[in-house]
Design a protein around this ligand. Sequence first.
Ligand SMILES: Cc1cc2nc3c(=O)[nH]c(=O)nc-3n(C[C@H](O)[C@H](O)[C@H](O)COP(=O)(O)OP(=O)(O)OC[C@H]3O[C@@H](n4cnc5c(N)ncnc54)[C@H](O)[C@@H]3O)c2cc1C
Length: 495
Amino acid sequence: MQNNKVKNVVIVGGGTAGWITASLLVKVLGKAINITLVESSKIGTIGVGEATIPPIIPFNSALGINENDFLKATKGTIKLGIQFENWGKVGDRYMHAFGDIGKNFPFCEFHHFWVKSLQIGLNSNFWDYSLNYQAAKQNKFQHINGIKGTNLPGIQYAYHFDASLYAKYLSQFAQNQGVKLIDGIVQKVNLNEQNGFVESIKLENGKVINGDLFVDCTGLKSLLIEQTLNTGFDDWSHWLPCNRAVAVQTESIGNIRPYTRSIAHQAGWQWQIPLQHRIGNGLVYSAKHLTDDAATDQLLSSVEGEPIGEPRVIPYRTGMRRKHWNRNVVAIGLSAGFFEPLESTNIHLIQTGATRLLKLFPHNGFNLSEVAEYNSQTNTEYQRIRDFIILHYKLTERNDSEFWRQCQQMDIPESLESKMKLFKETGKVFREQDELFTEVAWKQVMIGQGATPKDYHPLVNTLSEEQIQELMQNLRTIINRTVDAMPTHESFLGI
Ligand SMILES: Cc1cc2nc3c(=O)[nH]c(=O)nc-3n(C[C@H](O)[C@H](O)[C@H](O)COP(=O)(O)OP(=O)(O)OC[C@H]3O[C@@H](n4cnc5c(N)ncnc54)[C@H](O)[C@@H]3O)c2cc1C
């Protein structure tokens, strides 16, 4: 325990991580602490990270952000899910649609009824019962909390946005509330000789900035947490085989789809993120299986509109810091770790990292129990998400390339192995602790990639075959009627 009160917070880095952290801290603790953010316009930001997941909605609300202003300022669009193509087998297609599917019964979720319906010969698709999926495929969107006159769930959504406009938006938001911005390059990090804590940072122009707590948001550089404190890194490349991406923006063509596309190729996958004014594209790949030149050619030959600017290669390493909070440094964003872009989890992890820091804020000095709690919660969160992402690579029948054969054969964490086995054999799946991905997310990826359960819950047998047939038909009718009445995505956006 260190008894010095924490009054001066220095955030190093002004990418998405730096500005999200600054925005939340200043919104809640702005009267109690001073916040300085140092960024370098010469270095810039990583410039990718344009797809999000539904928890961004309550996070933005907590900041008091107005959705219309936000979508306008970031050229944002609605995201109802991610369409996965060619993952289970070449030619396959399914969606990880947000929100619930069908109607859950007490003690027995909807998919058990759906599995029984297949076994009695009703040949429907699991996503026929997803309001999000049906709306996505018809390019529709509307805020719906629950389907009127029923107890069926409504729409859950997230955003796609322009990463540079997003950072700009939050930068303005945080500065308006009192965050002090300094543009400069950090040249040296000074440590206290007695306790090894970071005391100050020195900029290229000689200016020294002192602080009590430092937040490392320097991206893949990890200037404080790793380059200075040598915290260590758990490498997950044996489970997450992709380690590079090449990104290019293209002009918009056709309708603006309210979902992300994730299209598997021989050595990884390709993203397509539709914004109001352009499309973000990128090819994620394993450097062991594809060269940068081949990846760039492949990306350029498969994008839909005319490229805007030159493609950019981004190398990365998958894994996480051994400690996210070390001494008086907390790493948030890419400096803390990275899985890969699949399932768009990194901006979410920035938001949970900043929220956790706020909840465990060391206002009366550094308490080892608080630090340990922060690290333990963060580790669990990362490991659960890691398993969900590995699932996409492991659960494939593709054997058309060395890359996919290796994915099929790789050893996976025990926690994931048992989850997959339980679902395949019994249809049962459970969300662990506070893990990010819900049962319905796990189900969609497993069913979508060919692991339809062999069995269902015995409660299903309390309905006759005719009742099951009627249940399925009614659900489809209600969902289709609801989607028919929804406005288009473009009309919701007002473009
Ligand atoms: C290919 C790819 C695709 C991705 N797609 C998604 C996605 O769709 N959804 C999602 O949620 N996440 C995605 N991510 C992750 C997402 O991009 C990041 O989590 C997010 O952009 C946060 O980055 P950051 O702020 O940590 O780092 P950066 O954007 O790199 O910012 C680092 C900051 O530190 C500053 N800095 C660095 N060194 C110094 C120095 N010496 N002195 C002063 N300042 C310095 C820089 O100027 C910059 O301001 C993706 C990542 C990659 C690599």
